[in-house]
Design a protein around this ligand. Structure first.
Ligand code: PEP
Length: 251
């Protein structure tokens, strides 16, 4: 396992003023913390401004989506090059809200993961089952299919750019966190699958984040699992105190 990696996903929240305030507060709170990789994935329109604020810190910048084409007539879309241009290191791809609200397919997500790697971004590639899939005993089948399809055509060298985020959909924004055992079970399955698709060395090194109502009070318990290498945090990343407390707990 590499350095733990905690990323915040602000989703479609904040405004110009609150976004800058949040970023400024995090820089202040996380001064000198360098044993954890951290990132904030912010709305497109605030990337440039937040990039300047984060430049004096160890906190990396990420986007929440990217398009797979390089440029051209794709109204409303944003390319990897544009994200690099404004200082992004990471990009979230295949978040459950994009899969289930916007309707992104595994095939589209795979194109985006590949484009991100080619474009020099580090994808945070999200997978996770719906509540009815878990209740029907299909968690492993659903998650492993998402992992296989999302990583299709990506070779062993390139896959090392990827962080996988396991986010059970029923735990996202619901206040219902997966238990440490539930998270560990799926993370171990994902790591085993990466070993099967690539090799054990890559599987040992790839970072697998948990996401789904992670907060300061459950950070230590989730992170104590051997296969949980980090967290992808929604709601709690919108509060300077909470997000910085989570990173300090892990540090
Ligand atoms: C997320 O947005 O990826 C997420 C996990 O949200 P929350 O922490 O609010 O459940």
């Amino acid at each position: 396992m590499g350095k733990p990696f905690i990323a915040g996903n602000w989703k479609m929240n904040t405004n110009y003023r609150s976004a800058l305030g949040l970023a400024t507060g995090l820089v202040e709170q996380l001064k000198g913390v360098d044993t954890v990789d951290s990132a904030v994935c912010v709305p497109f329109v605030y990337l440039q401004a937040i990039s300047s604020i984060l430049s004096s810190s160890n906190i990396a910048l990420g986007a929440q989506n990217v398009f797979y084409e390089g440029n051209g007539a794709f109204t409303g879309e944003i390319s990897c090059e544009m994200l690099k241009d404004v200082g992004c290191t990471y990009v979230i791809i295949g978040h459950s809200e994009r899969r289930h609200v916007i309707g992104e397919t595994d095939a589209v997500i795979n194109k985006k993961v590949r484009a991100a790697i080619t474009g020099g971004l580090l994808p945070i590639f999200c997978v996770g089952e719906l509540l009815e899939e878990r209740e029907a005993g299909k968690t492993e089948a659903v998650v492993s299919s998402q992992v296989r399809k999302g990583l299709q055509g990506i070779d062993a060298e390139r896959v090392q750019a990827v962080t996988i985020a396991y986010e059970p959909v029923w735990a996202i924004g619901t206040g219902k966190t997966a238990t440490a055992e539930q998270a560990q079970e799926v993370h171990a399955m994902i790591r085993g699958l990466v070993a099967e698709l690539y090799d054990k060395g890559i599987a040992d090194r790839i970072r697998i984040q948990y996401g789904g109502s992670a907060k300061p009070s459950n950070t230590a318990e989730l992170m104590a699992n051997p296969d949980v290498d980090g967290l992808l945090v929604g709601g709690a990343s919108l509060k300077t105190e909470d997000f910085s407390a989570m990173i300090k707990t892990v540090a």
